[in-house]
Each structure stands twice: as C-alpha cells, then as structure tokens.
Design a protein around this ligand. Structure first.
Ligand code: NAD
Length: 260
C-alpha cells in the first residue's frame, strides 16, 4: 500500500510504539511529523532512512502534548510545512503505578492531560482539515487498559477508558465521511515505559529475567511481547481502503490478554 502524498502526525514518536508506527508509515511513503522528547535529530535520521531516497518528508515538532497551545502550534506547523495532516496517530503516553489512596495528584493530572485530553485537542484541531480534504484517519493508541482494569493504574486505566469513549464518539460523528477514527489496544509491548515496570518488579531480587517472565505470565497468555512493527502494520491496515469501514472500534492486539 502506498501512502505517498499523505502526511501523518504521530505524537510521542521519539521512542517505543510511536517510533515503530512512524517507521511503518514512512516506509509506506507517507510524510511523517514526529513528536516527543529526547534526541530528535537521531530519530528523524532513522525515519528518513525508512522512507528511502524517494520517500516522503520527515519533520519533528517538540510540542509537549499536555499543553493545548503547543498542540495547536504543532497542527499549524503541519498545515504550514506539509499542507495539512491526513493521518493522526495519538500515541504519546506516560504511566505511574501506585495504589489509588497514595496516587500523587500531580501524576493523576499529568496522565489525564497527556494520555486523554491531548487526544481530544489534536482531534478537534485536525478534523476540520481532514473534512476539507475529504479523507482522514485518526488512530488512538489506547491499551487493553482501555477495556479492563489492573491494580495500581488508576489514572492510566481511567484515561485509556476515556480514549475509547472518545474514539466511539468521533467514529460516530465522522461515520458518513471518508474520515475514520479507531483505537488500538495493545497488551504488553517491550518499550521504556514497560521496562520501568520490569525494573521495579525485579528490584527486590535483581532477577530481571524472572521479572520479565512474571509480568507476561500474569496477563499475556502468548508469553510474548507485542512489537512496535506489528502495531505499525495494524495502523497501515486502518489507513487502507480495506480498513475504511472499521469505525469507532477498539481493536485489541494483546497475545490473548482479553480472551481470558
Ligand atoms: P515510551 O515511553 O517508549 O514512549 C513514549 C513517547 O511519548 C516518547 O516519545 C516520549 O517522548 C513521548 N512523550 C511523553 N510525554 C510527552 C508529552 N508530554 N508530550 C509529547 N510527547 C511525550 O512509551 P510506549 O510504551 O511506546 O507507549 C506509547 C503509547 O502506547 C502510550 O500511549 C502507552 O500508553 C501505549 N501503550 C503502551 C503499551 C506497552 O506495553 N508499552 C501497552 C499498551 C499501550
């Protein structure tokens, strides 16, 4: 499938899942706007390499997506430098693990702002351009935690359930157009976000291999991690004509987590 001529914005794409999705989109010919913290120049070079010499243009915008004004600036950058955003992948997210009665209020506020409110802001800002062009794809990277709970993750689970609710509403509001909105719900993916949780589990006895195995065994029957390239391929499917009647869905890709 070729996405030549389309422009994709992937929030939180300097690492992990977002980077994997950005690489898939670039490889399929799309222009890609990266976003996120860290060494942007190195990530831009990697995504340009995936695009190849006849591929699309790659840029980076440093917006902190907890700030609606910075999201607006990033969308304006996409309109100015790329002629608008056709594919919006809302991926930026953070985690904090703590029982609800000890959950730090500022961590709650950050998780709701980054994992949920940013999805509302980027959607409301990108949708008019997609409607004007008569085509668009919004893919929200939610989580199995948008569909089921786990202890210690009050803010994350609340935010991800919210993302799935928002996805349904936007899926309905765009149902008669060529714009679709869907959520992808990954199980465990081995990224820095999950490595922190493995490190925390292994801190007691220093056995990280056991911590990694136990983390999978508790929830993910395949005992294998989902990978960023697999998630990138699912995003490409949702961008394809074959995916055009998938609307308002919450599509789990989770090694069997939700089948239990
Ligand atoms: P990660 O920590 O590897 O990457 C997070 C990215 O978001 C980074 O590029 C980071 O710079 C960026 N980011 C963080 N805060 C930001 C902010 N305020 N503004 C802009 N960018 C910001 O994490 P990941 O595991 O790749 O997670 C990506 C998404 O996938 C998240 O929404 C996460 O909830 C979701 N997810 C992850 C897993 C998993 O097992 N790793 C499972 C299900 C869902």
């Amino acid at each position: 499938m070729s996405l030549h001529g389309k422009t994709a914005l992937v929030t939180g794409s300097t690492s992990g899942i977002g980077l994997g999705i950005a690489l898939s989109l670039a490889n399929a010919g799309a222009n890609v706007i990266l976003n996120g913290f860290g060494d942007a120049a190195a990530v831009v070079a990697d995504v340009e390499a995936a695009a190849g010499k006849d591929g699309g243009k790659v840029g980076h915008h440093p917006a902190d997506v907890s700030d609606p004004a910075q999201i607006a600036d990033m969308v304006a950058y996409g309109e100015r430098e790329f002629g608008g955003i056709d594919i919006l992948v809302n991926n930026a997210g953070i985690q904090h693990v703590s029982p609800v009665e000890d959950f730090p209020v500022e961590r709650w506020d950050s998780i709701i702002a980054i994992n949920l409110s940013s999805v509302f802001h980027s959607t409301r800002l990108c949708l008019p351009g997609m409607r004007n062009k008569g085509w668009g794809r919004i893919v929200n990277i939610a989580s199995v935690h948008g569909l089921v709970g786990s202890t210690g993750k009050a803010a994350y689970v609340a935010a991800k359930h919210g993302v799935i609710g928002l996805t349904k509403v936007v899926g309905l509001e765009t149902a008669t157009s060529n714009v679709t909105c869907n959520a992808i719900c990954p199980g465990w993916v081995l990224t820095p976000l999950v490595q922190q949780q493995i490190d925390a589990r292994g801190a007691a006895d220093g056995d990280l291999e056991k911590a990694r195995h136990d983390l999978l065994a508790e929830k993910q029957p395949s005992l294998e991690f989902v990978t960023p390239p697999q998630l990138g391929e699912l995003v490409l499917f949702l961008c394809s004509e074959a995916g055009s009647q998938v609307r308002g869905a919450a599509w789990n890709i989770d090694g069997g987590w939700l089948a239990q």
